[in-house]
Design a protein around this ligand. Structure first.
Ligand code: FAD
Length: 386
């Protein structure tokens, strides 16, 4: 068993590497990096199941909740080896694997933990219903109403931009339970079964033709009171745990994969004898991005090692801005470098223009880059507001 080798990091790394190469060989990478939608859900669910068989699906979760309690040094090895092997990603299960434990472990009841946490490595897909048409950056303005009726809440309202909501069976839902108090004080946090009567999901089509988020309309949806996470009207505090669970390993996985992506762009250009390799400006641009990617990975390693003492740190905002703007520039570079013909055919990844258009979303999601700048300026550097 791979986990039996955890005290010998070198042997652990070799075992992870051998396992990933055997289970998801790099030569097959195009099979998991090009599909989208339901096909991608199936691929990633299969990958999660394979990992679960050897204890590598949720190895950083506490032992009490099905994990192996592994620490940072092991997660770095696993993430690194998975990225190097160009293995399938986790992105369809990001909410399930990060936000769900990040919320339920500190705030959920024992019954909720027992009911929902084992479903995650088994492939249960969750979505996050926070944003609304009038409540994004100013999330506390949310209006989706929950009214208590006996042992249920009755929900009416609308959510938007909910990633993978069309494939999800459960939703982390923020609702307003008390409209008479200050906006942060009247919010509660519920688990909503997406198959409940009155839930309708309408996918939103993006500029690259993909639909990986949707609107959720709720009409008289009944949610049992036992699905309340934390106390009624204390949902804002609970939501802060959900939002901060993105910090760390999740971004780290993305950064390691982005580094491999950049390396593959170069390798492909070499093998295709691409014209941009003879252009000094383009070469300079590529090397600059390569250096920035390395800096971003180092910044992330520093973030992972920062103590979680509850104090404010600028590093998550700095990392988020650096990574998302860099990915956007890489997307633009690749579209320019690889030209129009490459839009229809690709080797390991999706077509350049598709990927380029995809990069605009992450500049906004998880707190837009303007909001990150505000945080850095006001809370980090204590600059005057205005
Ligand atoms: C790819 C993607 C995935 C997402 N997934 C989810 C999900 O799964 N679940 C979910 O609940 N939500 C999700 N969202 C929604 C996301 O959280 C919001 O889009 C984001 O918080 C911004 O809110 P908004 O779209 O309402 O824009 P607004 O808040 O209306 O902002 C509009 C513009 O004004 C700027 N702005 C706003 N306030 C300020 C300010 N105070 N100072 C300076 N500039 C400001 C913003 O930066 C932005 O450019 C996702 C969004 C994207 C793009």
């Amino acid at each position: 068993m791979i986990l039996d080798l955890k005290d010998d990091l070198k042997a652990f790394r070799e075992a992870v590497r051998a396992w990933v190469h055997e289970t998801a060989p790099p030569e097959r990478a195009h099979e998991w990096h090009i599909p989208k939608g339901p096909e991608l859900v199936d691929i990633q669910r299969w990958w999660l199941a394979e990992r679960h068989k050897v204890g590598l699906a949720i190895p950083n979760w506490p032992v009490d909740y099905g994990g192996a309690g592994l620490g940072l040094e092991h997660m770095i090895i696993i993430t690194d080896e998975f990225a190097r092997a160009r293995s399938p990603g986790n992105d369809m299960f990001v909410i399930s694997m990060n936000h769900v434990p990040g919320t339920l472990i500190p705030h959920g009841s024992e019954a909720q933990k027992k009911r929902y946490l084992p479903g995650v490595p088994a492939g249960e897909l969750w979505c996050q219903g926070f944003s609304e048409p009038g409540a994004g950056s100013d999330l506390a303005s949310l209006k989706t109403r929950a009214v208590r009726d006996g042992d249920h809440y009755v929900i009416n309202g609308q959510k938007i931009w909910s990633t993978n909501s069309m494939y999800a069976s459960q939703c982390l839902l923020l609702v307003r339970t008390d409209p008479t108090v200050k906006k942060h004080a009247g919010i509660s946090y519920l688990i909503m079964d997406m198959n409940s009567p009155g839930v309708e999901v309408r996918p939103i089509r993006k500029s690259n033709g993909a639909s990986n988020f949707g609107e959720i309309f709720m009409t008289d949806v009944r949610i049992p009171v036992e699905n309340l996470i934390g106390a009624e009207n204390n949902g804002w505090a609970v939501s802060q745990s959900t939002l901060s669970s993105e910090r760390g390993v999740l971004s780290f996985d993305g950064a390691e994969r982005d580094m491999m992506f950049l390396t593959d762009i170069y390798k492909q250009a070499r093998s295709d004898k691409a014209a941009w390799l003879d252009d000094p400006e383009m070469r300079r641009e590529f090397i600059t991005m390569f250096a920035e990617m390395q800096a971003s990975r180092q910044q992330l390693r520093a973030l992972l090692q920062e103590p979680h003492d509850g104090g404010f740190s600028m590093t998550p905002s700095l990392v988020k801005m650096a990574r998302t703007t860099l990915n956007n520039r890489i997307g633009a570079f690749r579209s320019r470098a690889e030209g129009v013909t490459s839009q229809y055919h690709d080797h390991t990844y999706r077509a350049p223009m598709y990927e380029f258009l995809e990069t605009f979303g992450s500049v906004i999601s998880g707190g837009s880059n303007e909001i990150q700048r505000n945080l850095i300026a006001e809370r980090g550097l204590v600059m005057p507001r205005g």
